[in-house]
Each structure stands twice: as structure tokens, then as C-alpha cells.
Design a protein around this ligand. Sequence first.
Ligand code: PHE
Length: 456
Amino acid sequence: MIDNNNLQQRDNFGSRLGIIAAAAGSAIGLGNIWKFPYITGVYGGAAFILVYLICIALIGFPLMLSEFLVGRKAQKNAVGAFKRLAPGTPWFMTGWMGVVAAFVILSFYSVVAGWCLEYIVKAVTGVFTGSTPEQINAIYEGFTTAAVKPIVWTIIFMGITCWIVMAGIKDGIEKYAKFLMPLLLVIIIILDIRAVTLPGAGSGLAFLFKPDWSKINGEAVLAALGHAFFSLSLGMGTMITYGSYIGKKENLGETAIQVTIADTLIALLAGIAIFPAVFAFGIEPGAGPRLVFVTLPNVFQQMPGGYFFGILFFVLLTVAALTSSISILEVVVAYFSEELKWSRKKATFAAGGAITVMGILCALSYASSSAFSKVKLIQGTVFMDSMMWLSDNLLLPIGGLLVCVFVGWVLGRKKVEEEVNSEGNHLGYMPFFMVAVKFIAPIAIAIVFLKGVGII
Ligand code: PHE
């Protein structure tokens, strides 16, 4: 009885476009525009991209559908979903892990998003104009290791995130995603046109699309799979939570395909916006995390119209980060409000506040003047890098593995079919999906996980 009341009161997405915008908004983020280009640069380009595409198709995409269907079937947050679908079992701990992962990921995510905000200001005020590559590097070093500014931006970014999440699903998350995602698409297309029309853009395109297999090793495959999870927002209950706001008449099988394609396309478009420009000015593509914060300002500063394109780029990064951060916070807020019966406002304040504190710790761990930057945690890294390591190597792979096993082996084909084929829909790729969630994905994830933590 109580449950039925809950069902009717739940806020839902209002339209199909809203569902796609919100879910694609979650998937498309710093992962696509900051991380994908830089790991592609580090692992040598096209061959890495092909490996990544295979991981997306065989593992990421089936897992996305799995999370959607668990959420929609249960009509509950990440923890409540397992409690409802497998009552009296420890499966709900999978949801808990997701909530923990949300804290961990958003803590460093909000810091990097804060850097993007600072870089909008830097771009607008023309800080990079006329600077040498060494000076641009020093600007990055100086800012990211400062004590106060990164913390202020982290707090501002978390404030905006909380403000949107507090407004709810239809009037908060969906409303902003429907406005921000088209904006993101327009900006990235403008940047792509600029990049490919630069003289010398061809070698950048070749780097992206002509595979050199000698660059692929075990480490590159691990990075590709790990990134597929992160980029599609999988393994921590985001798509379970969003799936629970999707109406029963929607075709989940199609939604999963559309969101996967959108995410992959934007990552490739980000690569096309970056590498042709990098190569056109004869700069090394393998700068790592500094690619967008050091290499690119250097490129923009030499490019015709670079002042304008530089601003656009950092607005793009911030927009992408924001539609992802709201989805991470929503995992925790949905859990607090449904399981602990808190109001949305209280849940948002509590979750947002606690995560902001962790974000401040992340920023402090980079601040050269703070004693906390001397504290070394996982594998000798500081707090912020340890949070990244935890999510990439532990929380997301285990979360993803458990969801696959749950859908493939615990729910099983009959219940899966009931859910994905609701209200006259038909999942055309059922046999592939079942093989993927029962065998391919769990085995591949297990191997990656064991390698990641150094057991094999
Ligand atoms: N997918 C987001 C990105 O690419 C990050 C994210 C990870 C969001 C996990 C939600 C959950 O930036």
C-alpha cells in the first residue's frame, strides 16, 4: 500500500527528448572532452579508439541497458532497486557501493569542473594571449596547486549542481539538460569546423583515424575498458536511478542505443576538435591530463580567432561537466530521500554538503602549501588521485560486474523480457544482450579488475 503511494508520487521525466537529453547529458562529460582525448593521445590514437569502440559495443552498451531496466523495473533508487527486486538478499549492497562511488567520483569531478570555470575566466580576460608555452604551463601549475582559488571554484560548481538537483527531475535535471545539451552540440560542431579547416589539420585526422597497432598493449586495453565505464556513467547506479524515472511505454532498448551512440559520437567530435589543431601547430599530442588545460590554450593562442574559440571550448567543458555532475549527485539524493525518507531539499543539502567537503579535500591535496598534499594514500598518490584510482579500478568495475551478473543470472531472461518488452515494445537484440550480460561482460570486467588491482 505504502509502496503504491510512493509509485504515484515519484517524479518522472516528462518527454522522450528529456530522457535522452538527461541520460546523454550524464554520459557526456569531462570523460568525453577532457579524458578521452588525452588518453587517446597517450595511447597513440586510432588503434586505441578502435579498442575503445569494441569495449563500448560489447560491454558498455549491454550494461547501460541492464542498469536502465533494473531501475525502471524497480521504480527505485540504486539501493532500493535491489531491495525490491531481490528482497532479503545482500544484493542491495551493490547499490550502496554505487552511492559510495558517487561520493568518490563527484569529489574529484567537481574540482576539475572548477578548473574549467576558472579557465573560462582566464580565456575571457585574455591571460593566454601572447604567452609562451612555458608561461602557459606555469599558469596551470600555479593555479592547480594554489590553496584558495580551486576550492572556491569547487564550492561554486557544487552550488550550481545542488541548485539544479534540488528542483527535481522534470523541473530541474530534465529542464537544464534539454537546454544545455543542444548548446553543447552547437559549440562542439563550431570547434570541429574551425579545427578541420586549419592548414595542416590532416595529420591530426590521420592520428585519430589511421590505426597503428604497435601502440596497443595490455595497459591500453585496460584503459579503454575502464574509460568505457566512466564515460557511459556505468557501474555506480546513475543509469539505474535515471532508468527509474523512465515511463513504462518507452523503448529501453532504443534509448540505450541512442545514449551510447551520442556519448561515443561526442567523444570522437571532441577528438576532432582537438587533434587537428594540436598537430597543425606541431605540438605533441601526449600531454596527459594537461592536454586541454595547457596544450589547448597554447594552440588557441596561435590560432586565428583563438580568443573566441578558447572561450567557447571552456564553456563546452563546463556545460558537459554540469549535466554529468547533476546525475552523480542524483544517485545520492534519490537514495537519501527514498530510503531515509528525507525531503529532497534536506537530501540535497546533506549529500551536496558532504561531497563538497570531499571536493575541498581533493583540491587541498593538490595545494603545494598544504600539509595534506604530503599525505600519500593509494599507490603513493595524494587524496585526489587516490579517489580517481578507486573509482576507475575498484568501484566502477565491481559495480558493473555485479549489475551484469544480477541481470543475466538473477533476474534472468524471462524477467528481462517482461521489462524491456513492456507495452508492445520489442527488443530485437535479445540473444546478443543475454550472451553479453551473462558471459562476455562479466568475464571481461573480471579480467580488467584483477589486472587493475595487480592480482594478474
Ligand atoms: N560519464 C561522465 C563523463 O564522461 C562521468 C560520470 C561517471 C557520470 C559516472 C556519472 C557517473 O564525464
